[in-house]
Each structure stands twice: as structure tokens, then as C-alpha cells.
Design a protein around this ligand. Structure first.
Ligand SMILES: CSCCC(=O)C(=O)O
Ligand SMILES: [Fe+2]
Ligand code: NI
Length: 229
């Protein structure tokens, strides 16, 4: 049953444009507007404000009460999202179109497990150290799951749960970090424009051009508090 629903929602996304799927956008701007229940199926990504506890980073860290974050809110921070079919990524027209439109001509696969990654523990520690990049960070989850945390207004962390089929773009200059969840495994496709540069600049980076540009582009909507970061 759920598998059917999933496949249905995936087919619906194929009907859409190759822009990120947002619930409101689907409802209001498109001629093929979908009823509420189907719209919810399109909102495959789950995101929420994190609590402040120092417990295991691989736990969900929901607030009490839970505070979900919408795809529109993520878009205001410059975070983009698509849901694709992870079982056929080699022939996926939707992926091809996104890559073409956004110039993502480089791609590789990262299997995040101790057997396949040199300095596994150290890499995981670095991923979870708050940082920025000079370019977009584009990740497409093919298997497993994990958390991307991004900084929002007033120093709050938003936790984005990516699972198979979720593709996200973090804009250049956004403070973020990554951790595995309790499933302890993720397989990611990494995309890039041109020769990849994975350099991470740990916070603080207020004078980094990408940071300045990010603050300039995204403060209007998220408020002046971001400037203090
Ligand atoms: C495992 S990919 C996510 C980690 C990260 O932020 C990065 O690679 O820069
Ligand atoms: Fe990163
Ligand atoms: Ni559409």
C-alpha cells in the first residue's frame, strides 16, 4: 500500500516542472493543482527545529512540542529540495533535467560506512563541525538516511531528515553540518558544477565572500538576526 502511494507521488512529481516541489507552489501556481491528501504525499522531506540537548547526535532531537519546518521555510533559507526515484538514478529524466538546468556536470557516489571510507570517524567528526562552502552542497540520498542541520534565524538549528529519493541543495555560505541517524548508513550522490571542491570552512567565517553573499541574499526574508552569525 505505502509502496503504491510512494510510486504514485513519484509519478505526480514527474508531471511537475523540474523545480523543487513545494506544497503551496503545487496547490496555487499550477494548473494541475492537487487535492490536499496528494499534496501531502509530495512533501516527502521532514524537517524540524532541534532541541538543545547534548544527547547522541544520531537521535532526532525533536523539540517538545515538535516544531516542523515547511519546505517554504527551507526555501527562504535557500535550501532546495526534490524527491526523485532512487532506484533508477542512471536513467532518471528528472535528475538529468535538474543536472542540465543547474549545470551539475560532476557526480560521484559516497557510501558512508567504516569499510569503504578512509578515516571514517574523523570524516564524520568533520561533517558534524559547523561549516560553510564557497559553492552549493548538492546531495542526493540513494539509500539509508541521515540529518543535514542548517542554521536558521536566531541561531536555531533546523534538522532536515534525508532518506532514499531526497535530493537537497544547500546554498554557498550557509552554516550547516551532517550526521548519520540511528540507521548508521547512507549512500549519497554528490553533485557539483565543474571540478569539485569539497573544502569546508569552519565557523566563524563572517569575512568569507560566500558567507557575505549568503547573508546579503537571505537576510531580507529571515530577518536581521542572521547578520550576527
Ligand atoms: C556526507 S555529505 C555531508 C557532509 C558535508 O557537509 C560536506 O560534505 O561538506
Ligand atoms: Fe558541507
Ligand atoms: Ni507542477
Amino acid at each position: 500500500m505505502w509502496r503504491l502511494l510512494f510510486e504514485f507521488s513519484y509519478k505526480l512529481t514527474l508531471l511537475g516542472d523540474s523545480i523543487p516541489v513545494f506544497a503551496d507552489e503545487t496547490k496555487e501556481n499550477h494548473p494541475h493543482a492537487l487535492p490536499e491528501v496528494k499534496t501531502e504525499l509530495l512533501m516527502a522531506i521532514e524537517a524540524w527545529f532541534m532541541d538543545n540537548s547534548n544527547e547522541d547526535q544520531r537521535l532526532p532531537h525533536h523539540g517538545d512540542p515538535k516544531e516542523p519546518v515547511s519546505p517554504e521555510h527551507l526555501a527562504e533559507l535557500g535550501v532546495l529540495y526534490w524527491h526523485l526515484n532512487p532506484n533508477d538514478y542512471e536513467n532518471d529524466e528528472e535528475l538529468r533535467r535538474i543536472r542540465k538546468e543547474r549545470g551539475y556536470n560532476y557526480m560521484d557516489l559516497l557510501d558512508l560506512c567504516p569499510e569503504k571510507v578512509v578515516n571514517y570517524e574523523e570524516k564524520l567528526r568533520n561533517f558534524y563541525t559547523e561549516h560553510i562552502h564557497a559553492d552549493e552542497e548538492i546531495r542526493y540520498c540513494l539509500e539509508g538516511s541521515g540529518y543535514f542541520d542548517v542554521r536558521a534565524k536566531d541561531e536555531h538549528w533546523i534538522r532536515i531528515w534525508i532518506k532514499a529519493g531526497d535530493m537537497i541543495v544547500l546554498p554557498a555560505g550557509i552554516y550547516h553540518r551532517f550526521t548519520l541517524d540511528t540507521s548508521n548508513y547512507v549512500k549519497l550522490m554528490r553533485l557539483f558544477v565543474g571540478e569539485p571542491v569539497w573544502t569546508a570552512y569552519n565557523r566563524p567565517q563572517e569575512d568569507h565572500p560566500a558567507r557575505k553573499e549568503y547573508v546579503k541574499s537571505f537576510t531580507e526574508k529571515v530577518g536581521v538576526a542572521l547578520e550576527a552569525h
